[in-house]
Design a protein around this ligand. Sequence first.
Ligand code: GDP
Ligand code: K
Ligand code: MG
Length: 280
Amino acid sequence: RKEINVALLGNPNSGKTSLFNCLAGAHQKVGNFSGVTVEKYEGFVKYKDYKINLIDLPGTYSLTAYSPEEVVARNYIIEEQPDVVIDVIDGTNLERNLYLTTQIMELEVDALYAINMIDEVEKQGIEIDIPQIQKLLGSHVVATSASKHIGMDLLLDHVIRVYEGDINVSKNKLIYSLRIEEQLEKLKNLLQSDSWLSSRYNLHWLAVKLLENDQLVYETVKQRSIWIRVERIINETIDIFEKSIHRDPDVVITEDRHAFIRGAIRETVQMPNKVKKNLT
Ligand code: GDP
Ligand code: K
Ligand code: MG
């Protein structure tokens, strides 16, 4: 059997553990992530010709360096490089849940999006255009209900498709404001000249994190000889934004993510028609 390593990531209460239990059943064990007292649940499921290993990562709203859960989750993805990251999304709270999704997109990993709680979504009369949201997120999207065991085989089929490179979906990118994109390009070109960094990190993600003032990424890049030049670009960026719109680059990055989410929701989600509801 071929083995596929899969990590489940998502907001707290999006249904990760339910999904994990649903898929792994009795095949699970609990440990800790190295160095921290965050519980690590591992399990597996044998499906078709594959053994699919699953890790239930701690719930997070973001992937910043501010909380141990977020650091554990992002370090796991960056260092352990799971074959597929399943982003478990609470379909009844798309706007909030998609913030983490934008950061998974930035990591440029092979992701699969499970829009969970689909039973509740339907009950509330919310309509989600799955093919369209798939286009916007740039990878497979599967509607699931972990508590009602809906979409589980479909989800595993898509894990296999993502793993086998059958992406069949245009890999979409979250595009930032022009000035941010220009500075990211400069940073990426510079970071690329450091082979140690480029072999370990996705440079797009690293560049975004530098403009976001991410302290852990700073600590890493500060050790490198290119740091002086990196710092110059960061300061230049802060200057550009201070002079033009009096805002810090990290604020603009956050706003751009929210703008992307609002646009995606506008295009793909139909909230229940309250008027119609009242008439019936
Ligand atoms: P986690 O924090 O992401 O691990 O979320 P849990 O798996 O603990 O689920 C949070 C709550 O949502 C629990 O009460 C689950 O029973 C419930 N839940 C999980 N998945 C679904 C689902 O697909 N539909 C519904 N209606 N409830 C769900
Ligand atoms: K929970
Ligand atoms: Mg959980």
